[in-house]
Design a protein around this ligand. Structure first.
Ligand SMILES: [Zn+2]
Length: 400
């Protein structure tokens, strides 16, 4: 093998990626598909930063058009100040990866240049070496669910997942929708399962998902639908993905940019794994405080798999720390990252940033075992990276 560092970098950059959690939609589904530099700038990470860095009037800001908002974000965060935060660096990575010279330029000039590239979603997938992404699909949102009415998009690249949150937060609305779609049922449990069966056939989801705060996690196993939902998931052989620890609307005035972190009690996750050993559980936690315990839990259950660095966890300093911890405790038996992208272009920076961190962390670990006389080969590194980026996901989702 040539130089170890270079070999790892090359392999990490060339390996195909299976992105297990995104909020992307195919370009053909125009109403929901987001792309372009204006959408990138208008993301809630940057909006929260704008609100707390400047004294801008929040209500007035939200009344502006997307382009007007992007313009303000560009002027305030990228021209008047140094764009040094992770969210700002993400924008710089996208622009520099696409060779757009942004120095001393206004938002309009950049937007013009960017639009001329006419980037398609599949070109962006190619730049980032992404083969498959899992969407987040809400079967209780009639308008969004129209995606599955005509599948004139690449169903091998865009896989579905079923977001079940509404059953736990907006039950009356859910039951109404179920009743409109299902004619014969015995009781409400039967109704919900029959509706899930219907949307399963329409979308072929690779997992079902829920985002829970601590209170919701605590009462989860007592919910009257949970046991039937688990039985159904087991029959379908798909995992339940749990995103734990968002505290919604810490600051209501900020709207979408106003969510924060909740402290969660992971004993409840342990209990879920114990009570449903035949169900597979995917889990990502939002708070740094929960990462050590979560990683240890992943050593205790065959049916639990950790994935990704979610939202506030997706900061290089924390990734470095926790990625090392995960390798130390789990070897390569976890799914290291997901993009959570809502705007297709975000894939470029989310994966670019992570690949740099992963290469460095892997280098340190390979170097250490080399010092203990282990002979690491190029093939073995390729195989390891492929597990992390693709095969661990493929296997856990039973897609072999
Ligand atoms: Zn998400």
């Amino acid at each position: 093998m040539k130089n170890l560092k270079q070999t790892i970098n090359e392999i990490v950059n060339e390996t195909e990626i299976f992105d297990i959690h995104t909020h992307l939609f195919p370009a053909e589904f125009k109403k929901y598909h987001l792309s372009g530099i204006s959408e990138v700038l208008n993301y809630h990470y940057l909006i929260a930063e704008l609100f707390t860095t400047t004294n801008i009037n929040i209500k007035k800001f939200y009344r502006l058009t997307n382009e007007e908002k992007s313009n303000i974000i560009w002027e305030e965060l990228f021209r008047k100040r140094t764009p040094i935060s992770e969210a700002c660096k993400g924008v710089l990575t996208i622009l520099s990866q696409l060779s757009i010279d942004y120095i001393s330029k206004s938002f309009d000039e950049i937007n013009n240049e960017y639009s001329k590239l006419n980037l398609t979603d599949l070109q962006i997938f190619k730049i980032s070496k992404i083969t498959k992404v899992v969407m987040t699909n809400n079967p209780f949102d009639k308008s969004e669910w129209q995606l599955f009415n005509n599948k004139k998009w690449d169903t091998k690249k865009y896989l579905a997942s079923l977001r079940l949150d509404d059953i736990f937060t907006n039950l009356d609305k859910c039951l109404d929708i179920c009743k409109k779609n299902i004619d014969h049922f015995d009781n409400e449990n039967d109704l919900i399962i029959k509706y899930l069966e219907k949307v399963y056939l329409e979308s072929k989801p690779v997992y079902a998902a829920l985002s829970l705060n601590n209170l919701q996690l605590k009462s989860f196993l007592k919910n009257r639908f949970v046991s039937d939902i688990f039985k159904w998931l087991e029959r379908k052989n798909i995992p339940l993905s749990l995103l734990l620890g968002v505290k919604r609307q810490v600051n209501k005035e900020f709207l979408l940019a106003g969510d924060g972190i909740d402290k969660v009690d992971l004993n409840n996750l342990s209990e879920i794994c114990n009570q449903y050993p035949n169900n597979k559980i995917l889990c990502s936690c939002l708070s740094l405080n929960d990462q050590h315990e979560l990683t240890v839990l992943a050593r205790k259950y065959q049916n639990l798999k950790i994935f990704g660095f979610w939202w506030f966890m997706n900061q290089p300093s924390l990734i470095k720390l926790i990625l090392n911890l995960r390798i130390e405790l789990l070897g390569l038996n976890f799914i290291p990252q997901h993009s959570d992208a809502r705007v297709t272009d975000q894939l470029i920076y989310k994966w670019f940033h992570f690949k740099v961190l992963l290469s460095n962390v892997l280098y340190d670990h390979y170097k250490e075992i080399q010092l203990k006389n282990f002979k690491i080969s190029e093939n073995q590194i390729s195989d390891d990276v492929s597990k992390l980026f693709y095969k661990n996901t493929q296997n856990f989702l039973n897609l072999n």
